[in-house]
Design a protein around this ligand. Structure first.
Ligand code: HEC
Ligand code: HEC
Ligand code: HEC
Ligand code: HEC
Ligand code: HEC
Length: 276
């Protein structure tokens, strides 16, 4: 670059970086945001989405709706050629979200909710429970009277929540025990993996809804948790033995030190007496 004035290099670099920078812009977001005065309904998804777990994880408009987020022209950005699918009808929502959440979709499809959705749209789709643009990290608190008694009484929902909640308590208790063994320096990798798998297996059931099936599968999960319990007990035994051995060693050491001290004192006294 010697011989070129600094400002030529500077301009060249800036020009080269220009288009790169423009590529980061997302026209779905900017254009929809600009509609906020004319048509607030078109801009609302932008503000909702910005509060969502999808936004946090870099999932944007076109990841769900398709289209070309680089095109300035709306007819190009939202064209069929660019794979734009627009807003899905209610019965299309499970597949729309299931592109990424395929395991949840498969479980949901076995539920009375899916059946009722496909039959006459009386069952809730994903967005009735999770919203279309404001999805948050979930917990069992999502099963609540406000949401779940819109279409039927809360009774069944409450039973479902109770069964899941008590399962969670067992899993959390086991989690703490395994964590303690880990802190004691034991190799608990396989126990951690087993626990993770059990938690997933239990929580997959939420979308299935069928209470009988849930109770019987939670029974199977509990049985596996019982097997894990045996292994963890063995680990706890090892830790306890180690502690006992440690205590015995310390006792030996203290007694040894005491004897040495007494012996030393005896020698000193004998030496003292022989001087007289
Ligand atoms: C230049 C402005 C502009 C751009 C760029 C743009 N949109 Fe739109 N969008 C609109 C307008 C205006 C409407 C309402 C009229 C219509 O449906 O064409 C709309 C409608 C929509 C709808 C509702 C359609 C329906 O089926 O009801 C969705 C979904 C949507 N846009 C998503 C996107 C996505 C995703 C992108 C980027 C790939 C995008 N938009 C880019 C202006 C834009
Ligand atoms: C997680 C997937 C997802 C993302 C991300 C997403 N949308 Fe949507 N969007 C949907 C679904 C599902 C619907 C249908 C809503 C319904 O039926 O209630 C929808 C509907 C719409 C509509 C129709 C009007 C409405 O509110 O129902 C517009 C406009 C729209 N989206 C624009 C956008 C824009 C702009 C972005 C990015 C800022 C975006 N969407 C991001 C899933 C998504
Ligand atoms: C009747 C309400 C309801 C419907 C309908 C519903 N969900 Fe859920 N979803 C929940 C609840 C409640 C949880 C929390 C479950 C838990 O903690 O075990 C959850 C958890 C989730 C999770 C996170 C944890 C997991 O299980 O993987 C995802 C992702 C999810 N749902 C996506 C979807 C999608 C996609 C659909 C549609 C195919 C859908 N949900 C339909 C209520 C619903
Ligand atoms: C393009 C892929 C994609 C699509 C389509 C998509 N999601 Fe997600 N979703 C993600 C990612 C990535 C995360 C964050 C990581 C995670 O928790 O799995 C997420 C997280 C979630 C969570 C929180 C899960 C938790 O762990 O608590 C829910 C609920 C959810 N999505 C619901 C939906 C719903 C409802 C739709 C359809 C309207 C949808 N998603 C469409 C990718 C997607
Ligand atoms: C949009 C309406 C709607 C909402 C919201 C809704 N449900 Fe349902 N639910 C239905 C319909 C329809 C059925 C099937 C007919 C019936 O049993 O009433 C059903 C059935 C059920 C069943 C019985 C399943 C079976 O196999 O017998 C359970 C359990 C259930 N819902 C739990 C929930 C929970 C939990 C929530 C909240 C997270 C919820 N529902 C929210 C409409 C809804």
């Amino acid at each position: 670059m010697r011989g070129y004035p600094f400002w030529i290099v500077f301009v060249a670099v800036t020009l080269a970086a220009g288009p790169l920078h423009a590529e980061v812009k997302n026209t779905c977001v900017t254009c929809h945001e600009e509609q906020k005065d004319e048509d607030p309904d078109l801009a609302a998804p932008v503000f909702d989405w910005q509060t969502s777990i999808h936004f946090e994880n870099g999932i944007s408009c076109s990841d769900c709706h398709g289209g070309n987020p680089r095109a300035e022209d709306e007819d190009v950005a939202m064209s069929e050629e660019a794979g734009f699918v627009g807003a899905p009808d209610p019965e299309e929502v499970p597949d729309f979200c299931g592109k990424c959440h395929s395991a949840v979709r498969d479980n949901y499809m076995q539920s009375a909710h899916a059946e009722a959705l496909l039959e006459d749209e009386s069952g809730p789709s994903c967005v009735d429970c999770h919203t279309a643009h404001k999805q948050q990290k979930v917990s069992l608190d999502l099963i609540n009277e406000d949401l779940c008694s819109q279409c039927h009484d809360y009774d069944q929902a409450a039973k479902l929540k109770e069964a899941m909640r008590s399962m969670d308590q067992d899993l959390t208790l086991m989690d703490h025990r395994v964590e303690r063994l880990f802190r004691e320096g034991l190799d608990v990798e396989s126990e951690q993996k087993a626990l993770f798998a059990l938690r997933n297996r239990a929580h997959r059931l939420t979308h299935v809804l069928d209470l009988d099936r849930i109770l019987s599968e939670l029974g199977a999960v509990r049985a596996d948790l019982g097997a894990l319990d045996k292994r963890v007990q063995e680990g706890e035994q090892v830790v306890q033995n180690r502690r006992r051995l440690g205590t015995v060693m310390i006792l030996f050491f203290l007694i040894g030190a005491l004897l040495a001290w007494m012996y030393h004192r005896e020698l000193m006294r004998e030496a003292h007496e022989s001087q007289h």
